[in-house]
Write a protein that binds this ligand. Structure first.
Ligand code: DHB
Ligand code: FE
Length: 280
């Protein structure tokens, strides 16, 4: 049977992708950030996941005002790289796992979560930057990826509680897939950041660190945090953090924290990163 062996949380700042693509990772500004992922790259090389279920948000690349799915699951064989205004990132296309994606759709929709099924889609920095941070710059990504896009761009985004419960439904779906697969679930976005208006550039280290701690050790309580708290404390785009609760909901109540990293700044954003192992 398939199983979820671990969860990864990471921010997905586009400038991180540019730093990698332009060979700037050793520069003074960027080196401390990339050092925070050294452990992660070694770890994932030994873990060799077959599939990453990658929770992220599209930033008006695949979707626009015409279609705004709250939860969208990528069921295609392959996903191209979106052009976000300066050409597509020079990274490999993403290979999907249609059989598992359809199985998860069937199971999760029957468990009363409405997913939008996507058979053609390009993926943006929300998905590619986490892949680059964890896998570096390979010719081809070393595993299959199921893109799972959450609307956190246009109000109303889903509540933390709904995301947490959805994670639990995704876990049941994965565990009922009849093939031995090592599946990881990743939650991306955040941490505190606001890209617009008078509070642009907002960073809240205290909030971010408390969020990291609660995500590991009090996820059920954290799931009750209302959007207005994310907005006030972590900025308008800080609400991306609800996606981390999908990842956390798919893991055991008690997890083994293998790695925690927090760094400011990366462009206008605080970067947070966790690796959580699903202990037996
Ligand atoms: C930026 C964009 C993002 O989508 C994000 O999650 C963090 C930062 C940015 O444009 O800097
Ligand atoms: Fe984002």
């Amino acid at each position: 049977m398939a199983k979820i062996s671990a969860g990864v949380a990471t921010s997905h700042v586009p400038a991180i992708g540019a730093a990698l693509d332009l060979g700037k990772t050793e520069e003074d500004y960027w080196a401390p950030l990339f050092r925070g992922y050294d452990f992660s790259k070694r770890w994932i090389e030994s873990e060799k996941p077959d599939v990453v279920f990658l929770v992220y948000n599209d930033h008006a690349s695949a979707f626009d005002m015409k279609f705004i799915p709250t939860f969208a699951i990528g069921c295609a064989e392959q996903f191209g790289i979106a052009d976000e205004g300066w050409g597509p990132r020079p990274v490999p296309d993403v290979m999907g796992h249609p059989d598992l994606a359809w199985h998860i759709s069937q199971s999760v929709i029957q468990a009363d979560f409405d997913l939008t099924i996507i058979n053609e889609m390009k993926v943006d920095h929300g998905l590619t930057v986490p892949l680059s941070l964890m896998f570096g710059q390979p010719q081809a990504w070393p595993c299959k990826v199921i893109p799972f896009a959450v609307n956190v761009v246009l109000y109303p985004p889903p509540s933390g509680r709904r995301c947490y419960n959805l994670g639990k439904a995704i876990r049941r779906a994965v565990e009922s897939f009849d093939e031995d697969l090592n599946v990881q679930i990743w939650g991306t976005g955040g941490m505190s950041h606001q890209l617009q208006g008078p509070r642009a550039g907002l960073i809240n280290k205290e909030f971010d660190n408390a969020f990291l701690e609660r995500l590991v050790n009090d996820p059920d309580g954290l799931a009750d945090m209302p959007h207005v708290d994310y907005m006030r404390e972590a900025g308008s785009e800080g609400v991306e953090l609800v996606m981390w609760l999908i990842m956390r909901g798919a893991l055991n109540d008690k997890v083994n924290e293998l790695h925690r990293f927090y760094h400011v700044p990366a462009s206008n954003t605080a970067v947070g990163h966790l690796i959580l192992e699903n202990t037996e």
